[in-house]
Design a protein around this ligand. Structure first.
Ligand code: SUG
Length: 448
């Protein structure tokens, strides 16, 4: 049976703004308080989805969330009408209003961890929503994420959904941003690679000194258990704590994998040789030939990687077996990175072509091409069981573009977040969106 990697991209929500909310994420910190352009952000994301669809890749779309999250503000003690809740939060606790307005759910690589059916004990595709509990503004995403994923993959015979892990730091889970899967064919058993930043219960593992390590070993292990993965099909590795301290807040900022290939920076991991040997050995047991492409620090520094997002690229398999790298335009702007990419594609290796995309609006908050997509490997039967409303097509692209043009503002600054009109605009837009994507009622304002 044929199988595919389907990329579901997060649609940027109408409140996209630069809140400076992510300590440890250099771009989020340095662009704090700048005014944003939600319309442009959403159109940039849609243009990437359309381009990949036109290139023949399977592409889907994941809906944004209801923001401002009035219910979250109510849980923090703000009361009255929805407009009063927003007004009071703006007056008394602006940072909480900013957090409740974040459009951060667009970075769907953090929405969940997904294991394809060929890897799981019960032969279903498993999803665990990420608790994202390192940052308040992200920790409020998972209930709606679960409802949206449930509406997209609404078939119990093929899809199993797990609630987010307990919302405590010991089980900090950032989803697929710290998870990669290696395989020969998407529909065959593979090796799932979980990268953690620290251990919550075992102090033999070093931890970063400056910035938080968001993913714990124990969270990754719990996800592997929930999904029914075999020990032989799993490899755990620790991220180098020094790179976390340099702004590598997720592993997908310093490594990306696809098929049998891992593309990574020399400084990305601890005990790299042991890890590569384990990946190679375990992939060989399922018939695969593991290959790694290491980018030396002499060619690209960790700082270059953080600024350009070279590794936050999408590594895509083409029908002839070669691979294509989708990178943000910041890679072209960095001379060392661009020179490296020229040598990579002309070296006769598997990665033959680089395509550049303008994702500046998202990049300024630390979200590159890979952050914007959640990969789901599906066989033909499973693909047919996905809600067809969320699969990207030319007509859907047309409807979504028109929807963005109709509802989104082209400028948003912190003071605009206090405007109760923004809440009404967002709810009107999202209500229409659930009809376009045929999701049913998934937002708090639709179900409460
Ligand atoms: O969690 N930025 C996100 C970026 C997530 C990128 N995702 C991956 N690497 N997969 C984060 O730090 C910034 C929001 C703000 O500051 O307004 C933010 O949440």
């Amino acid at each position: 049976m044929k199988s595919y990697e389907v990329n579901f991209d997060g649609l940027v929500g109408p409140t996209h703004n630069y809140g400076g909310l992510s300590y440890g994420n250099v771009a989020s910190q340095s662009n704090s308080q700048q005014s944003s352009n939600p319309k442009e952000a959403a159109l940039q994301g849609l243009a990437k989805m359309k381009a990949l669809t036109d290139m023949g890749f399977q592409q889907g779309v994941l809906a944004p969330q209801e923001r401002p999250d009035v219910a979250a503000l109510r849980r923090l003690g703000f009361s009255g009408t929805d407009a009063q809740v927003i007004e009071r939060a703006a007056k008394e606790a602006m940072p909480l209003l900013v957090a409740s307005c974040s459009a951060s759910s667009m970075w769907v690589a953090n929405a969940a961890t997904v294991s394809p059916s060929a890897d799981t004990a019960d032969g279903r595709v498993h999803f665990t929503a990420a608790n994202l509990n390192c940052k308040y503004h992200r920790s409020i995403e998972h209930p709606t994420t679960s409802r949206v994923l449930g509406a997209m993959f609404a078939n119990q015979q093929h899809f199993a959904h797990h609630a987010a892990l307990p919302a405590v730091a010991q089980f900090g889970d950032e989803g697929a941003a710290n998870h990669t899967r290696f395989c020969r064919e998407y529909g065959e058993a593979g090796v799932e690679f979980f990268v953690f930043g620290r251990s919550a219960f075992d102090n033999r593992f070093p931890a970063p000194q400056k910035y938080p390590a968001r993913q714990t070993l124990e969270a990754s292990q719990a996800v592997a258990r929930l999904h029914g993965l075999r020990d032989e099909g799993v490899v755990y590795a620790q991220q180098n704590p020094n790179v976390i301290d340099q702004g590598v807040f997720h592993n997908d900022v310093i490594a990306v994998g696809n098929g049998e290939v891992l593309f990574y920076h020399e400084d990305a991991f601890l005990e790299t040789d042991k890890m590569l040997a384990e990946l190679q050995g375990k992939l060989a047991k399922v018939g695969g030939n593991f290959q790694s492409v290491c980018v030396p620090r002499s060619a690209v520094t960790v700082d270059d990687a953080v600024r350009s997002y070279l590794f936050n690229s999408q590594l895509l398999s083409r029908p002839d077996g070669s691979m294509l790298l989708i990178v943000p335009q910041e890679c072209q702007a960095n001379e060392r990175v661009w020179t490296y990419l020229q040598s990579l594609t002309s070296s006769g290796g598997l990665i033959r072509e680089v395509k550049v995309f303008d994702l500046k609006q998202s990049m300024q908050n630390g979200g590159g091409p890979a952050c914007l997509r959640l990969r789901v490997a599906l066989n033909e039967t499973e693909l047919a069981a996905v809600n067809p409303g969320v699969i990207m097509t030319a007509p859907l692209y047309g409807s979504l573009t028109a929807w963005v043009e109709k509802h989104y503002r082209d400028r948003l600054s912190e003071t605009d977040l206090a405007d109760p009109q923004l809440l009404l605009e967002c709810r009107t837009a999202l209500d229409e969106l659930t009809q376009i994507l045929k999701l049913g009622a998934v937002y708090p304002f639709q179900i409460n």
